[in-house]
Design a protein around this ligand. Structure first.
Ligand SMILES: C[S@@+](CC[C@H](N)C(=O)[O-])C[C@H]1O[C@@H](n2cnc3c(N)ncnc32)[C@H](O)[C@@H]1O
Ligand code: SF4
Length: 309
């Protein structure tokens, strides 16, 4: 969220504009009834919500939720990791783009503290929020030269590092195609250091291509959303804080579920709405990606900080 726009006086969503926990739980229950089995809390930064363990607890109690995860920058994780595990959270994914202090500072807008993030990872491990995944968005000329050091640090820890191609999400990240480091180049680079072998997908529609170190020091994933899109197996829907449902990371419009909820739609009506959205869905932005449009910021896409990845 660019600081010049979202300054100290910026008026964020008011409480009444955001979905309440009860409303989120209602939509989650209906979605699970329709076959959803995996839920992820993301953001924005989910741990800015001081009571998020209550939401976690409500979600964890829905029968049929097999996987309940949270994606965080981990700045606020250490003090709450055990509370989240006790509330029923299964695991965390942590965004950490570099272990180099200067690169980390640059990529976290001068606000992140690497020490706190590392404490957060350690606390998550103690609390059993595993497998812990570490998401690294690789940008050419920004952090690509620090990837091997980061992998080296996490080898043998059981944490799974995933190297993600820098995507043209939203309209504000100044994306250019030449900033993308193709996964196949990274794979070659990693292979030169430590031999890898391919591992099967752990579930259908998994976004990362999985590899393991031949020397048994763990696993590393590659997410090649730009150079090898996987829209055909994409099965994710995203619910924003103000109740919009988006069926694609690059959507330019969503469906307002808050209005339906506040017009007292019952579970059956919500089920119908969700089914219709899903049956009509034809998203395949990454397969049709036109870099020239993204670079010229012609398309108006939903911002990443509203839908969380
Ligand atoms: C938007 S964050 C939201 C959750 C939380 N605030 C965090 O930092 O993890 C979710 C994930 O999206 C990834 N991400 C952000 N911008 C990206 C981009 N341009 N391309 C690919 N992944 C991106 C982040 O690295 C992070 O793992
Ligand atoms: S571009 Fe949209 S449809 Fe394709 S994988 Fe990404 S989120 Fe899914």
């Amino acid at each position: 969220m660019p600081e010049d726009e979202f300054h100290a006086d910026f008026e964020f969503l008011r409480k009444a504009q955001r979905l309440s926990y009860e409303e989120i739980l209602k939509i989650a229950r209906v979605a699970v009834d329709l076959g959803v089995s995996k839920l992820r809390l993301t953001g924005g930064e989910p741990l800015l919500d001081k009571r998020i363990d209550r939401l976690v607890s409500g979600l964890a109690q829905i029968p049929g939720v097999d996987d309940l995860a949270l994606t965080t920058n981990a700045m606020l994780l250490a003090p709450v990791a055990q509370k989240l595990a006790d509330a029923g959270l299964h695991r965390v994914t942590i965004s950490l783009d570099s272990l180099d202090e200067d690169v980390f500072r640059l990529m976290s807008g001068g606000r992140g503290e690497l020490g706190k993030v590392m404490d957060g990872i350690a606390a998550a491990q103690r609390a059993g929020l595993s497998p812990i995944k570490i998401n690294v968005v690789v940008q050419r000329g920004v952090n690509d030269h620090t990837v091997i050091d980061l992998l080296d640090h996490f080898r043998g820890t059981g944490h799974i590092v995933r190297l993600i191609e820098f995507m043209d999400v939203g309209n504000r990240n100044g994306w250019r195609l030449d900033q993308v480091v193709p996964s196949r180049h990274l794979l070659e680079q990693v292979q030169q250091q430590w031999p890898l072998r391919r591992v099967d997908q752990s579930y259908p529609g998994e976004v990362a291509r999985r590899y393991e170190y031949v020397d048994g020091q763990g696993e590393v994933g590659f997410i090649s959303s730009v150079t090898e899109p996987f829209c055909g197996s994409c099965s994710r829907a995203r619910l924003s804080a103000d109740g919009m449902l988006y069926t694609c990371l690059f959507a330019n419009q969503g469906t307002d579920l808050r209005e339906s909820l506040r017009n007292n739609a019952d579970d059956e009506e919500l089920k119908d709405i969700l089914s219709q959205i899903w049956l009509q869905r034809a998203d395949r932005y990454s397969e049709l990606r036109r870099p020239e449009l993204a670079e010229a910021h012609v398309l108006r896409k939903v911002e990443m900080y509203r839908i969380g990845g």
